[in-house]
Write a protein that binds this ligand. Structure first.
Ligand SMILES: NC(=O)c1ccc[n+]([C@@H]2O[C@H](COP(=O)([O-])OP(=O)(O)OC[C@H]3O[C@@H](n4cnc5c(N)ncnc54)[C@H](OP(=O)(O)O)[C@@H]3O)[C@@H](O)[C@H]2O)c1
Length: 283
């Protein structure tokens, strides 16, 4: 009985999307992970540790290795929630259909769990891209469709032409950029929010306050910050190519941050981005 309770506590949480599909709340990132052995090893390792949600993108250039790592892990395809993204230069209706086919081929799979528009472009481009994604979704090739790096105004524009609302918005999100207004808007429209750069791309490890919290809970800084994401209801996808970090970043289901410590972390929100601003990108 006790054992069962322990197992229950350690289970990774799932988030139900607007269409009923469930996504594991903790994902695994692969940005800047080289195609070939590096991505094969880290994806295999992550799946063997217990992650069931892998995030890649066409522009990362590592989809082949991600697919290889998935196969080498021995975890059945249907147990893995797999995301990829259509790159900016492939936006448009025909272009997106072609980009999607190439992504599937590289990954060595016949469907995606989630396909995202990587960055917002012009309203026309985004509308055409979305039309292709809606078709692929209706054809059963993608279990959920969404966007990335969309601000509220990009979402509002997309709503004007969309017949299916995005189920996810993946944005830069961490204690320094907590985006409360965007989060509230997404909640109002049943759009789940994924956090990229959840560890501030490494910057969080230089902040003494997080070391103090880590000492208080007997956890690592990464575990504290990832736990903050989970308790906020975000879907973080930390990236690591280091086996012991891949493992420890997954060990965050057995403790809870107090409301006071959650609030203290919230005070770090200065609104400062680490990555590019979606309104001014030049790529
Ligand atoms: N949609 C978008 O536009 C977009 C943009 C950026 C990222 N993403 C996605 O989000 C994922 C995560 O974001 P990110 O990769 O930019 O940054 P991140 O996950 O915030 O940070 C990754 C960095 O933290 C280090 N790290 C990880 N765990 C650690 C630990 N326990 N202790 C110390 N250092 C640790 C990693 O080092 P090692 O690898 O050397 O261990 C790496 O340098 C990406 O991989 C990608 O899948 C999406």
């Amino acid at each position: 009985m006790e054992m069962k309770k322990e197992e229950e506590k350690m289970k990774q949480p799932m988030i139900k999307l607007a269409n009923g599909v469930e996504i594991p709340q903790l994902g695994f990132g692969t940005f800047k992970v080289d195609d070939g052995q590096q991505v094969i090893d880290s994806v295999r390792e992550a799946l063997q540790v217990g992650y069931r949600h892998i995030d890649t993108a066409a522009v990362y250039g590592n989809e082949s290795g991600v697919g290889q790592g998935m196969r080498e892990s021995g975890v059945p395809r249907e147990e893995i929630f797999l995301t990829s993204k259509v790159w900016n230069s492939h936006q448009g209706y025909e272009e997106t259909l072609a980009a999607f086919a190439e992504t599937l081929e590289k990954l060595g799979t016949d469907y995606l769990d989630l396909y995202l528009i990587h960055w917002p472009k012009t309203a026309e481009k985004t509308a055409a891209t979305w039309k292709a994604m809606e078709e692929l979704y209706r054809a059963g090739k993608i279990r959920a469709i969404g966007v990335s790096n969309f601000k509220e105004h990009h979402l509002v524009t997309l709503f004007e032409t969309a017949t299916i609302r995005p189920m996810i918005n993946q944005v830069e999100l961490h204690p320094q950029l907590a985006q409360p207004e965007l989060i509230a808007f997404c909640a109002e429209h049943e759009i789940a929010v994924e956090a990229w750069g959840p560890l501030m791309q490494g910057k969080v490890f230089t902040l003494p306050f997080f070391q103090e919290l880590a000492d208080k809970y007997g956890k690592s800084i990464a575990q504290i910050v990832l736990r903050w994401h989970l308790q906020k209801g975000f879907i973080p996808m930390p990236k690591s190519i280091t086996p012991n970090r891949i493992m420890s970043n997954f060990e965050i289901f057995d403790f809870v941050l107090s409301p006071e410590d959650m609030a203290a972390i919230d005070t770090y929100n200065t609104g400062e981005r680490i990555g590019p601003d979606p309104d001014t990108i030049e790529f």
